[in-house]
Design a protein around this ligand. Structure first.
Ligand SMILES: Nc1ncnc2c1ncn2[C@@H]1O[C@H](COP(=O)(O)OP(=O)(O)O)[C@@H](O)[C@H]1O
Ligand SMILES: [Mg+2]
Length: 387
Protein backbone atom coordinates (compact mmCIF):
# COMPACT_ATOMS: atom_id res chain seq x y z
CA UNK A 1 0.00 0.00 0.00
CA UNK A 2 1.27 3.47 -0.85
CA UNK A 3 2.35 5.48 2.16
CA UNK A 4 1.07 9.06 2.36
CA UNK A 5 3.83 11.67 2.07
CA UNK A 6 3.20 13.00 5.60
CA UNK A 7 3.81 9.48 6.90
CA UNK A 8 7.05 9.21 4.96
CA UNK A 9 8.11 12.61 6.24
CA UNK A 10 7.41 11.96 9.93
CA UNK A 11 11.00 11.19 10.73
CA UNK A 12 12.42 13.97 8.51
CA UNK A 13 10.02 16.48 10.02
CA UNK A 14 11.39 15.88 13.51
CA UNK A 15 15.01 16.43 12.51
CA UNK A 16 14.77 20.11 11.64
CA UNK A 17 14.31 23.22 13.76
CA UNK A 18 10.61 23.42 13.08
CA UNK A 19 8.49 24.26 16.10
CA UNK A 20 5.34 22.54 14.97
CA UNK A 21 3.71 19.28 14.15
CA UNK A 22 3.34 17.98 10.62
CA UNK A 23 -0.27 17.84 9.45
CA UNK A 24 0.03 16.88 5.83
CA UNK A 25 2.35 16.98 2.85
CA UNK A 26 2.17 16.94 -0.92
CA UNK A 27 4.73 16.16 -3.58
CA UNK A 28 5.61 19.08 -5.81
CA UNK A 29 5.13 18.24 -9.49
CA UNK A 30 7.31 21.04 -10.78
CA UNK A 31 11.02 20.26 -11.13
CA UNK A 32 12.38 16.90 -12.11
CA UNK A 33 15.66 16.55 -10.32
CA UNK A 34 15.08 16.49 -6.60
CA UNK A 35 12.14 15.07 -4.70
CA UNK A 36 10.26 18.09 -3.37
CA UNK A 37 7.47 18.10 -0.77
CA UNK A 38 5.34 20.92 0.55
CA UNK A 39 4.50 20.17 4.17
CA UNK A 40 1.96 21.93 6.37
CA UNK A 41 2.62 22.18 10.09
CA UNK A 42 0.54 23.27 13.01
CA UNK A 43 2.65 25.74 14.93
CA UNK A 44 0.93 27.12 18.01
CA UNK A 45 -2.41 27.02 16.28
CA UNK A 46 -1.20 28.64 13.06
CA UNK A 47 -0.58 26.75 9.87
CA UNK A 48 2.85 27.22 8.38
CA UNK A 49 4.41 25.52 5.40
CA UNK A 50 7.90 24.24 4.72
CA UNK A 51 9.59 22.59 1.78
CA UNK A 52 11.37 19.29 2.40
CA UNK A 53 13.64 18.20 -0.36
CA UNK A 54 15.62 15.04 -0.98
CA UNK A 55 18.73 15.72 -3.05
CA UNK A 56 19.16 13.63 -6.19
CA UNK A 57 22.34 11.67 -5.56
CA UNK A 58 22.67 10.43 -9.13
CA UNK A 59 22.94 13.98 -10.43
CA UNK A 60 24.78 15.48 -7.46
CA UNK A 61 27.56 13.14 -6.40
CA UNK A 62 28.64 15.27 -3.47
CA UNK A 63 25.55 16.51 -1.56
CA UNK A 64 27.58 18.04 1.31
CA UNK A 65 29.38 20.21 -1.28
CA UNK A 66 26.01 21.23 -2.74
CA UNK A 67 24.82 22.20 0.73
CA UNK A 68 27.99 24.06 1.55
CA UNK A 69 27.57 26.20 -1.58
CA UNK A 70 23.89 26.66 -0.87
CA UNK A 71 24.48 27.87 2.67
CA UNK A 72 27.08 30.39 1.58
CA UNK A 73 24.94 31.63 -1.27
CA UNK A 74 21.70 32.00 0.71
CA UNK A 75 23.50 33.73 3.60
CA UNK A 76 25.09 36.19 1.26
CA UNK A 77 21.86 36.89 -0.61
CA UNK A 78 20.07 37.42 2.67
CA UNK A 79 22.73 39.83 3.96
CA UNK A 80 22.64 41.82 0.71
CA UNK A 81 18.86 42.04 0.77
CA UNK A 82 18.86 43.06 4.44
CA UNK A 83 21.31 45.84 3.68
CA UNK A 84 19.13 47.17 0.88
CA UNK A 85 15.75 48.79 0.99
CA UNK A 86 12.49 46.93 0.86
CA UNK A 87 10.59 44.32 2.76
CA UNK A 88 9.59 40.75 2.07
CA UNK A 89 13.03 39.32 2.86
CA UNK A 90 11.88 35.76 3.42
CA UNK A 91 10.05 35.76 0.11
CA UNK A 92 12.95 37.18 -1.88
CA UNK A 93 15.51 34.52 -1.11
CA UNK A 94 15.47 30.95 0.10
CA UNK A 95 15.72 30.46 3.87
CA UNK A 96 17.38 27.23 4.87
CA UNK A 97 16.19 25.66 8.13
CA UNK A 98 18.99 23.91 10.02
CA UNK A 99 18.61 20.51 11.65
CA UNK A 100 18.15 20.34 15.41
CA UNK A 101 21.86 19.82 15.79
CA UNK A 102 22.69 22.80 13.61
CA UNK A 103 23.55 21.02 10.36
CA UNK A 104 22.41 22.21 6.92
CA UNK A 105 21.02 18.78 6.02
CA UNK A 106 19.84 15.52 7.56
CA UNK A 107 21.11 12.19 6.31
CA UNK A 108 18.64 9.33 6.77
CA UNK A 109 19.31 5.62 7.32
CA UNK A 110 19.41 5.02 3.54
CA UNK A 111 22.10 7.66 3.17
CA UNK A 112 19.73 10.15 1.52
CA UNK A 113 20.28 13.86 2.14
CA UNK A 114 17.31 15.98 3.19
CA UNK A 115 17.05 19.73 3.54
CA UNK A 116 14.29 22.11 4.52
CA UNK A 117 13.33 25.61 3.39
CA UNK A 118 10.75 28.11 4.46
CA UNK A 119 7.90 27.73 1.96
CA UNK A 120 7.44 30.95 0.04
CA UNK A 121 3.75 31.78 0.01
CA UNK A 122 1.77 33.72 -2.57
CA UNK A 123 3.85 32.76 -5.58
CA UNK A 124 3.35 31.02 -8.88
CA UNK A 125 5.71 29.14 -11.12
CA UNK A 126 5.26 28.22 -14.76
CA UNK A 127 7.00 25.54 -16.77
CA UNK A 128 7.73 28.06 -19.52
CA UNK A 129 7.41 31.81 -20.00
CA UNK A 130 4.23 32.58 -21.92
CA UNK A 131 4.50 36.31 -22.52
CA UNK A 132 7.21 38.94 -23.10
CA UNK A 133 6.48 40.34 -19.62
CA UNK A 134 7.34 36.96 -18.11
CA UNK A 135 10.47 36.72 -20.26
CA UNK A 136 11.48 40.16 -19.00
CA UNK A 137 11.00 39.00 -15.41
CA UNK A 138 13.09 35.88 -15.99
CA UNK A 139 15.94 37.91 -17.47
CA UNK A 140 15.77 40.50 -14.73
CA UNK A 141 15.66 37.90 -11.93
CA UNK A 142 18.68 35.93 -13.08
CA UNK A 143 20.65 39.10 -13.85
CA UNK A 144 19.92 40.39 -10.37
CA UNK A 145 20.88 37.04 -8.90
CA UNK A 146 24.28 37.15 -10.61
CA UNK A 147 24.74 40.76 -9.51
CA UNK A 148 24.01 40.02 -5.85
CA UNK A 149 26.53 37.18 -5.87
CA UNK A 150 29.27 39.11 -7.64
CA UNK A 151 30.94 39.90 -4.30
CA UNK A 152 30.46 36.53 -2.61
CA UNK A 153 33.35 36.33 -0.14
CA UNK A 154 35.53 33.31 0.51
CA UNK A 155 36.90 30.51 -1.59
CA UNK A 156 35.66 29.60 -5.05
CA UNK A 157 32.36 27.71 -4.88
CA UNK A 158 32.58 23.99 -5.43
CA UNK A 159 31.74 22.60 -8.85
CA UNK A 160 28.70 20.50 -8.04
CA UNK A 161 28.61 19.06 -11.58
CA UNK A 162 32.10 19.25 -13.08
CA UNK A 163 32.38 20.51 -16.70
CA UNK A 164 28.66 21.17 -16.81
CA UNK A 165 28.76 23.56 -19.77
CA UNK A 166 32.00 22.41 -21.35
CA UNK A 167 30.90 22.18 -24.98
CA UNK A 168 34.20 20.78 -26.22
CA UNK A 169 33.88 17.80 -23.88
CA UNK A 170 30.26 17.32 -25.01
CA UNK A 171 31.45 17.38 -28.60
CA UNK A 172 34.05 14.72 -27.91
CA UNK A 173 31.44 12.52 -26.25
CA UNK A 174 29.24 13.01 -29.32
CA UNK A 175 32.06 11.98 -31.69
CA UNK A 176 32.81 8.83 -29.77
CA UNK A 177 29.11 7.91 -29.72
CA UNK A 178 29.03 8.30 -33.52
CA UNK A 179 32.15 6.23 -33.92
CA UNK A 180 30.93 3.47 -31.68
CA UNK A 181 27.37 3.54 -33.01
CA UNK A 182 26.55 0.67 -30.71
CA UNK A 183 22.85 0.54 -31.66
CA UNK A 184 23.20 1.27 -35.37
CA UNK A 185 21.26 4.47 -34.97
CA UNK A 186 23.71 6.78 -36.71
CA UNK A 187 22.08 6.15 -40.09
CA UNK A 188 18.80 7.56 -38.80
CA UNK A 189 20.58 10.69 -37.61
CA UNK A 190 22.84 11.26 -40.60
CA UNK A 191 21.63 14.79 -41.22
CA UNK A 192 21.86 15.85 -37.58
CA UNK A 193 25.34 14.37 -37.24
CA UNK A 194 26.47 16.32 -40.29
CA UNK A 195 24.82 19.46 -38.90
CA UNK A 196 26.60 19.05 -35.58
CA UNK A 197 29.95 18.59 -37.31
CA UNK A 198 29.44 21.67 -39.46
CA UNK A 199 28.89 23.72 -36.31
CA UNK A 200 31.83 22.35 -34.35
CA UNK A 201 33.51 25.77 -34.28
CA UNK A 202 30.86 27.01 -31.84
CA UNK A 203 32.29 24.77 -29.13
CA UNK A 204 35.47 26.63 -28.27
CA UNK A 205 34.53 30.28 -28.63
CA UNK A 206 33.71 31.07 -25.01
CA UNK A 207 36.16 28.57 -23.55
CA UNK A 208 38.93 30.28 -25.54
CA UNK A 209 37.71 33.77 -24.65
CA UNK A 210 37.76 32.85 -20.97
CA UNK A 211 41.19 31.21 -21.20
CA UNK A 212 42.51 34.37 -22.87
CA UNK A 213 41.16 36.46 -20.00
CA UNK A 214 38.63 38.24 -22.21
CA UNK A 215 35.59 37.19 -20.20
CA UNK A 216 35.55 36.57 -16.45
CA UNK A 217 34.41 33.65 -14.39
CA UNK A 218 31.48 34.58 -12.15
CA UNK A 219 29.11 32.97 -9.72
CA UNK A 220 26.26 31.77 -11.92
CA UNK A 221 23.03 29.84 -11.54
CA UNK A 222 23.45 27.30 -14.34
CA UNK A 223 19.84 26.15 -14.47
CA UNK A 224 17.95 29.23 -15.61
CA UNK A 225 14.69 27.57 -16.55
CA UNK A 226 11.60 29.68 -15.98
CA UNK A 227 10.24 27.22 -13.43
CA UNK A 228 13.11 28.17 -11.16
CA UNK A 229 11.75 31.71 -10.78
CA UNK A 230 9.00 32.26 -8.25
CA UNK A 231 6.63 35.02 -9.38
CA UNK A 232 4.46 37.01 -7.01
CA UNK A 233 0.94 35.74 -7.68
CA UNK A 234 -0.56 39.21 -7.46
CA UNK A 235 1.91 41.36 -9.36
CA UNK A 236 3.42 38.69 -11.63
CA UNK A 237 6.86 40.11 -10.81
CA UNK A 238 9.80 37.80 -10.16
CA UNK A 239 10.38 37.48 -6.44
CA UNK A 240 12.87 34.74 -5.85
CA UNK A 241 15.25 32.46 -7.72
CA UNK A 242 15.25 28.84 -6.50
CA UNK A 243 17.05 25.60 -7.35
CA UNK A 244 20.49 26.60 -6.19
CA UNK A 245 22.17 23.19 -6.52
CA UNK A 246 24.07 24.16 -9.64
CA UNK A 247 25.14 27.61 -8.44
CA UNK A 248 28.87 27.47 -9.04
CA UNK A 249 31.68 29.18 -10.92
CA UNK A 250 30.69 29.72 -14.55
CA UNK A 251 30.11 32.26 -17.27
CA UNK A 252 27.28 34.75 -17.02
CA UNK A 253 26.62 34.04 -20.68
CA UNK A 254 25.75 30.40 -20.02
CA UNK A 255 22.87 31.57 -17.85
CA UNK A 256 21.61 33.95 -20.49
CA UNK A 257 22.10 31.40 -23.28
CA UNK A 258 19.96 28.83 -21.52
CA UNK A 259 17.22 31.42 -21.10
CA UNK A 260 17.30 32.03 -24.86
CA UNK A 261 17.07 28.31 -25.47
CA UNK A 262 14.13 27.73 -23.16
CA UNK A 263 12.18 30.97 -23.62
CA UNK A 264 12.32 32.34 -27.13
CA UNK A 265 10.61 29.65 -29.22
CA UNK A 266 6.84 29.28 -28.84
CA UNK A 267 7.19 25.49 -28.95
CA UNK A 268 7.97 22.59 -26.65
CA UNK A 269 11.39 20.98 -26.58
CA UNK A 270 10.17 17.91 -28.48
CA UNK A 271 7.99 19.69 -31.08
CA UNK A 272 7.60 17.56 -34.20
CA UNK A 273 6.59 20.34 -36.56
CA UNK A 274 9.93 22.02 -37.03
CA UNK A 275 8.38 24.85 -39.04
CA UNK A 276 7.03 26.16 -35.76
CA UNK A 277 10.41 26.23 -34.03
CA UNK A 278 11.94 29.67 -34.30
CA UNK A 279 13.37 32.48 -32.24
CA UNK A 280 10.50 34.81 -31.60
CA UNK A 281 11.99 38.33 -31.55
CA UNK A 282 9.57 39.92 -29.03
CA UNK A 283 10.42 37.19 -26.50
CA UNK A 284 14.14 37.57 -27.11
CA UNK A 285 13.90 41.33 -26.85
CA UNK A 286 12.03 41.18 -23.53
CA UNK A 287 14.50 38.66 -22.17
CA UNK A 288 17.48 40.78 -23.17
CA UNK A 289 15.85 43.94 -21.80
CA UNK A 290 15.12 42.24 -18.50
CA UNK A 291 18.59 40.77 -18.24
CA UNK A 292 20.39 43.97 -19.16
CA UNK A 293 18.21 46.00 -16.79
CA UNK A 294 19.87 44.18 -13.91
CA UNK A 295 23.12 42.80 -15.36
CA UNK A 296 23.91 45.64 -17.75
CA UNK A 297 25.83 47.47 -15.03
CA UNK A 298 28.35 44.76 -14.27
CA UNK A 299 28.75 42.85 -17.55
CA UNK A 300 31.88 43.78 -19.47
CA UNK A 301 31.68 44.97 -23.10
CA UNK A 302 33.21 41.64 -24.18
CA UNK A 303 30.50 39.69 -22.39
CA UNK A 304 27.83 41.85 -23.98
CA UNK A 305 29.27 41.12 -27.41
CA UNK A 306 28.53 37.42 -26.88
CA UNK A 307 24.93 37.78 -25.72
CA UNK A 308 23.36 36.55 -28.95
CA UNK A 309 26.08 33.98 -29.47
CA UNK A 310 25.43 32.49 -26.02
CA UNK A 311 21.93 31.46 -27.12
CA UNK A 312 23.39 29.51 -30.01
CA UNK A 313 26.09 27.95 -27.89
CA UNK A 314 23.90 26.61 -25.11
CA UNK A 315 21.29 25.40 -27.59
CA UNK A 316 24.05 23.63 -29.52
CA UNK A 317 25.41 22.04 -26.35
CA UNK A 318 22.03 20.66 -25.33
CA UNK A 319 21.31 19.56 -28.90
CA UNK A 320 24.59 17.63 -28.92
CA UNK A 321 23.66 15.98 -25.64
CA UNK A 322 20.27 14.86 -26.99
CA UNK A 323 21.92 13.52 -30.13
CA UNK A 324 24.61 11.71 -28.16
CA UNK A 325 22.00 10.18 -25.89
CA UNK A 326 19.97 9.04 -28.91
CA UNK A 327 23.07 7.29 -30.30
CA UNK A 328 23.90 5.71 -26.94
CA UNK A 329 20.41 4.30 -26.47
CA UNK A 330 18.64 6.96 -24.38
CA UNK A 331 20.55 6.36 -21.20
CA UNK A 332 20.40 9.85 -19.69
CA UNK A 333 17.25 11.70 -20.80
CA UNK A 334 14.03 9.84 -20.22
CA UNK A 335 12.18 9.08 -23.47
CA UNK A 336 8.48 8.55 -24.10
CA UNK A 337 8.55 7.47 -27.74
CA UNK A 338 11.05 6.02 -30.19
CA UNK A 339 13.38 8.68 -31.52
CA UNK A 340 12.39 11.10 -28.78
CA UNK A 341 15.92 12.33 -28.16
CA UNK A 342 16.49 12.76 -31.89
CA UNK A 343 13.31 14.87 -32.05
CA UNK A 344 14.63 16.98 -29.19
CA UNK A 345 17.96 17.40 -30.94
CA UNK A 346 16.19 18.56 -34.10
CA UNK A 347 14.33 21.34 -32.30
CA UNK A 348 17.60 22.60 -30.83
CA UNK A 349 19.39 22.68 -34.15
CA UNK A 350 16.37 24.31 -35.79
CA UNK A 351 16.38 27.06 -33.17
CA UNK A 352 20.04 27.74 -33.94
CA UNK A 353 19.21 27.98 -37.66
CA UNK A 354 16.59 30.53 -36.74
CA UNK A 355 19.01 32.53 -34.59
CA UNK A 356 21.57 32.50 -37.39
CA UNK A 357 19.03 33.77 -39.89
CA UNK A 358 18.29 36.75 -37.66
CA UNK A 359 21.68 37.14 -36.05
CA UNK A 360 22.75 40.55 -37.29
CA UNK A 361 19.39 42.08 -36.40
CA UNK A 362 19.54 40.52 -32.92
CA UNK A 363 23.05 41.81 -32.31
CA UNK A 364 21.88 45.28 -33.33
CA UNK A 365 18.90 44.98 -31.03
CA UNK A 366 21.07 44.08 -28.03
CA UNK A 367 23.37 47.03 -28.71
CA UNK A 368 20.38 49.31 -28.95
CA UNK A 369 18.91 48.04 -25.66
CA UNK A 370 22.24 48.36 -23.93
CA UNK A 371 23.00 51.76 -25.37
CA UNK A 372 19.75 53.23 -24.15
CA UNK A 373 20.94 52.70 -20.56
CA UNK A 374 18.47 53.32 -17.73
CA UNK A 375 15.58 53.67 -20.14
CA UNK A 376 15.89 49.97 -20.92
CA UNK A 377 13.60 49.46 -17.93
CA UNK A 378 9.96 49.21 -18.88
CA UNK A 379 8.13 52.52 -18.69
CA UNK A 380 6.61 53.21 -15.32
CA UNK A 381 2.85 52.81 -15.57
CA UNK A 382 0.70 55.91 -15.23
CA UNK A 383 -0.73 54.72 -11.96
CA UNK A 384 2.66 54.09 -10.40
CA UNK A 385 3.91 57.47 -11.56
CA UNK A 386 1.13 59.36 -9.81
CA UNK A 387 2.02 57.95 -6.41
N1 LIG B 1 10.94 27.57 -0.80
C1 LIG B 1 10.02 27.35 -1.74
N2 LIG B 1 8.81 27.92 -1.65
C2 LIG B 1 7.84 27.69 -2.57
N3 LIG B 1 8.02 26.86 -3.62
C3 LIG B 1 9.21 26.26 -3.78
C4 LIG B 1 10.27 26.46 -2.85
N4 LIG B 1 11.33 25.72 -3.24
C5 LIG B 1 10.95 25.08 -4.37
N5 LIG B 1 9.67 25.38 -4.69
C6 LIG B 1 8.90 24.84 -5.84
O1 LIG B 1 9.33 23.53 -6.07
C7 LIG B 1 9.79 23.39 -7.43
C8 LIG B 1 10.92 22.38 -7.47
O2 LIG B 1 12.01 22.81 -6.69
P1 LIG B 1 13.48 22.89 -7.27
O3 LIG B 1 14.37 23.28 -6.14
O4 LIG B 1 13.49 23.73 -8.48
O5 LIG B 1 13.75 21.36 -7.63
P2 LIG B 1 14.32 20.65 -8.94
O6 LIG B 1 15.79 20.66 -8.79
O7 LIG B 1 13.75 19.29 -8.89
O8 LIG B 1 13.88 21.43 -10.15
C9 LIG B 1 10.17 24.81 -7.85
O9 LIG B 1 10.09 24.96 -9.26
C10 LIG B 1 9.13 25.64 -7.11
O10 LIG B 1 7.91 25.66 -7.85
MG1 LIG C 1 13.90 23.39 -10.54
Amino acid sequence: MAVAPEQQLQEVSRKFQIYGQILHAETCKIGHINETYTATYDQGGTRVRYVHQKINRTVFRDPPAVMDNLQRVTRHLRAKLEAGPGADLTRRCLTLIPTRDGQPFYQDADGEHWRTFVFIEGVRTFEAAQTPDQAFEAGRAFGEFQGLLADLPGARLKETIPHFHHTRKRYEAFLSAVQEDRLNRAAQAREEIAWARRHEALADVLIDAQAAGKIPERVTHNDTKFNNVLLDSTSGKALCVVDLDTVMPGLALYDFGDMVRTTTSPTVEDELDLRKVRLHVPMFEALARGYLSSAGQFLTPAEKDFIVFSGKLITYTIGLRFLTDFLLGDVYFRVHRPGHNLDRCRTQFKLIDSIEEQESALVKLVRQIDGVGPRTRRPVSKRARKK
